[in-house]
Design a protein around this ligand. Structure first.
Ligand SMILES: [Zn+2]
Ligand SMILES: [Zn+2]
Length: 472
């Protein structure tokens, strides 16, 4: 069945449709259909928690849409909720180019290797053959460089499509993408960073957009300032350490972990006379996060001015004396057992960021019932994830179900709202306000309902003539 043909019968092309990130923040996958035989996918992420689209959800990340007309996949950045369904796309027969920035091209195979092992197969040979196909499809395109897509025999009336990546300041290699077709400029925001995201330069607004598809994770909130945020992290950690327990920080392996290391290094540097910080052990218990940290270090050319200045001063913002990296699985289990029995004032950073898998799960199972423990959330927790439940029920002494087991929460639970690799409401508004030529059509995706509605109202007030809709 040719779905795009059916679409073209009822609406005029090009048209944007969505295979995820419309009911929540995960599963990003948008489609720009240019003609019945030519469409582009922008991201192909997996779902987390209760979020779904069509038949696809966290447990069955199926490709439940037509892919014959898809000429290419354009990847904005390599967070799992933007790329996690790529192995399933390949399994469904997709053999077209996967365009992304060079840094994303570096990181993507690592992320997908993990996704394949967790979701498809642990068979080494199969994993390798999957990765071989994916690697052969990945095509890096530099930032700020137009790339023309051959429309070939599908071209009508001199139709042309080209796209360009622009820095999004969200994680290393992240981009928003501008797509030109029929003199119409489409902009897909991907995930936009906050101006004060450590390490990365902040995103600049596009010169113009006719149609904008924009994320709205924090469409109804504004973050606190950077200094205040660092002070908050410092005081929460100090409070947590008073009872000699562990401070667990669930964090995405890519982006958030490196930002935290960067901030912690800075706190240690500024607390030269404070033994709490000078003697504190920071455990990074995530082989993948360690891998990515190594890549972040290697790609320091993409860092912002402040981070580069620190390097010049001889500081190592992502690698410092108190940092201890756990790789081996037995070491991981030993560390948990040691902390559980003896208690130990330390910070543990482990994935996943929403507590829906990964090594943080073992820490939570062992340490949530211990009142010496504290959990500090620094990232967005999607509905239906254990992270959201701990965040919600933890402060009232509730429980959470982890791997089918009820775990009582005696640990302290804190949420640091200022830490986010996402633009807040004012950043999202500025992204549009600072465009030279403003959009006539805005589609809001990638957010909870309240965030989307709040942002819609703001955009509508800013641009009364613009058609501002919530994608559905
Ligand atoms: Zn992201
Ligand atoms: Zn996202």
């Amino acid at each position: 069945m040719n779905i795009s043909k059916n679409i073209s019968a009822v609406v005029s092309l090009p048209v944007i449709s969505h295979h995820g990130a419309v009911d929540g923040v995960t599963g990003s996958c948008h489609r720009l259909t240019i003609n019945p035989n030519f469409s582009l996918l922008i991201d192909c992420g997996s779902f987390q928690g209760a979020e779904t689209s069509g038949k696809a959800d966290a447990n069955s990340p199926h490709i439940d849409f037509e892919i014959d007309s898809v000429a290419a996949l354009i990847v904005t950045h390599c967070h799992i909720d933007h790329v996690g369904r790529i192995p399933w796309l390949v399994a469904a027969g997709f053999r077209k180019p996967i365009y992304c920035t060079p840094a994303t091209a570096h990181l993507l195979p690592l992320v997908l290797e993990d996704a394949i092992k967790l979701g498809i197969t642990k068979d080494k040979r199969l994993v390798e053959s999957f990765l071989k196909v994916i690697n052969s499809l990945i095509a890096p395109v530099e930032y700020k460089t137009w790339f023309s897509l051959p429309l070939g025999e599908n071209a009508k009336n001199g139709e042309k499509v080209k796209f360009k990546f622009q820095p999004a300041g969200h994680i290393l290699g992240s981009a928003y993408v501008e797509i030109d077709c029929h003199k119409h400029r489409f902009v897909f925001s991907g995930d936009l960073g906050a101006p004060y995201t450590p390490l990365l330069p902040s995103p600049k607004a596009p010169y113009k957009a006719d149609t904008l598809v924009i994320e709205s994770t924090y469409g109804d909130k504004n973050h606190i300032g950077r200094k205040q945020r660092r002070a908050q992290l410092k005081s929460v950690v100090e409070r947590c350490l008073e009872n000699n327990g562990a401070v667990l920080i669930p964090a995405f392996s890519i982006g958030r972990t490196q930002e935290l290391l960067y901030e912690i290094e800075d706190i240690i540097y500024r607390s030269a006379n404070n033994s709490t910080w000078q003697d504190l052990t920071i455990i990074l218990d995530s082989p993948m996060a360690a891998d990515f940290t190594a890549h972040y270090k290697k790609l320091s050319a993409l860092w912002d001015k402040e981070a580069k200045r620190k390097l010049k001063q001889g500081r190592h913002p992502l690698d410092f004396d108190n940092l201890y990296t756990i790789d081996d699985h037995q070491q991981h289990l030993d560390a948990i057992e040691y902390i559980r029995r003896k208690g130990s004032p330390c910070i543990v950073i482990a994935a996943s960021g929403m507590c829906s898998g990964g090594r943080i799960m073992n820490y939570l199972q062992a340490l949530l019932p211990d009142s010496r423990t504290d959990v500090v959330f620094v990232g967005y927790q999607a509905k239906g994830t254990p992270g959201r439940d701990i965040q919600k029920y933890g402060p009232r002494g509730g429980y959470v179900v982890l791997d089918g087991q009820r775990v009582d929460i005696k640990a302290g639970v804190y949420t640091l709202s200022g830490y986010s690799a996402h633009a807040d409401q004012s950043d999202l508004i500025n992204f549009v306000k600072r465009m030279r030529y403003k959009p006539g059509h805005i589609k809001i995706v990638h957010g909870d309902d309240e965030a989307k509605v709040a942002l819609q109202a703001k955009y509508q007030a800013l641009l009364p003539e613009c058609f501002v809709e919530i994608a559905g």
